[in-house]
Design a protein. Structure first.
Length: 348
């Protein structure tokens, strides 16, 4: 299983620094998501790993072999790195089998090639579809053919560039699960680029959060969601409730009372921004003695629960926040809110 290591990788396009001294280790056999806003350098990161873009500085190793360093540049086809590009990746004039056979050494009709093609189509659940043309397949099926083509030569590493962006919402979830299953089944090292935090958190073993050419945090999905390294990461990986507060040791005083903190030893005592996830705010329709009074401004139904926008009525100036609730609430309701679990604190 190939580990991918980047050290001090920098790439500028004119005045734009697409990658700024990136250090990142992608563990062998794991699925790592690279998550970040548009233009933060995700695609450039994939392209330097695949060998299509040469960095200005830094080193890259794949499976223990240096593929990029000052004076060293291993050609893309010799790195053992396969790329699954965004939509439109298949050759439209070739049938599915020829698309999958494209990266294999033998000729299409060779027995070994034909067998490998059938094996790969079975892996992605498309056995018997070899004679179809890409335009005779659904979007999800096309994406699975692109994956089969990338995996056919048994690459140590496969990199996927926003592979689900062209699929509609329902299909995206299904194809995501299928692709994850295929990658796990063969134990490939995979790097998937996405700007969709839900996709990154739900698919990957680890998530690297990027902003402006830098990797701000690399951790498990739970770590980046529950213990984000800084406010930029916290805001990017999910909805955030932000409250001005005053930190004293392991607690923070806020409009929602004195809250325990997740280890925030490196944040000095004094004024801070306390942060919670909306599901940590419990809303009770009955006004209880315990809890802070709030007024419901808006309720956005989301199926399993709702996002409830509230204004705390006890505070001056009035403070707005978002909560998740399964209670049948309506705009105009007066409710009580409580906080569950510890808060995060960031310098203000
Ligand atoms: P998106 O999610 O929108 O695809 P991204 O995070 O993948 O964005 P990159 O495509 O890596 O971002 O681009 C990073 C920055 O580098 C952007 O500002 C982009 O405009 C710039 N850039 C990328 N490739 C080139 C190029 N070939 N020439 C000039 N600038 C480039």
């Amino acid at each position: 299983m190939s580990t991918v290591t980047l050290e001090g990788v920098t790439k500028a396009f004119g005045a734009t620094t697409a990658l700024d001294a990136v250090d990142l280790t992608v563990a062998g056999g794991h699925l790592t998501a690279v998550l970040g806003p548009s233009g933060c350098g995700k695609t450039t990161l994939l392209r330097v790993v695949a060998g299509f873009v040469r960095p200005d500085a830094g080193t890259i190793a794949v499976g223990g072999t240096t593929v990029e360093a000052p004076g060293t540049h291993v050609a893309p086809e010799r790195r053992g790195v396969a790329i699954v590009p965004q939509e439109g990746a298949l050759f439209p004039h070739l049938d599915v089998a020829a698309n999958v056979a494209f990266g294999l050494p033998g000729r299409r009709r060779d027995r070994a090639t034909a067998e490998r093609v059938e094996e790969m189509l079975a892996l992605v659940g498309l056995e018997g579809h070899g004679d179809r043309r890409p335009d005779e397949l659904s979007g999800g099926q096309q994406q699975r053919v692109a994956l089969a083509r990338a995996l056919a030569p048994s690459p140590g590493v496969v990199v996927l560039d926003e592979p689900f962006s062209a699929l509609d919402a329902g299909l995206r979830t299904q194809v995501r699960t299928e692709v994850r299953g295929v990658l796990r089944a063969i134990g490939a090292t995979a790097v998937i680029v996405t700007h969709d935090q839900e996709e990154a958190l739900s698919m990957a073993d680890s998530v690297a959060v990027m902003d402006r050419g830098r990797v701000l945090m690399h951790g498990t999905p739970a770590e980046v969601y529950q213990r984000p390294a800084d406010l930029v990461v916290a805001r990017f990986v999910g909805d955030l409730v932000e409250l001005p507060g005053t930190k004293a040791g392991a607690t923070v005083e806020t409009a929602l009372g004195l809250l325990p903190l997740h280890g925030a030893a490196d944040v000095p005592d004094g004024p801070v921004l306390a942060a919670l996830r909306p599901e940590q705010i419990r809303v009770d329709g009955r006004l209880e003695r315990h809890g802070h009074r709030a007024h419901v401004d808006d309720v956005v139904f989301q199926g399993h629960d709702s996002i409830v926008r509230l204004t705390l009525t006890e505070t001056r100036p009035a403070l707005r926040l978002a909560a998740r609730s399964q209670a049948p609430l309506r705009p105009g309701d007066d409710v009580a809110v409580r906080v569950i679990g510890p808060a995060l604190a960031y310098p203000r």
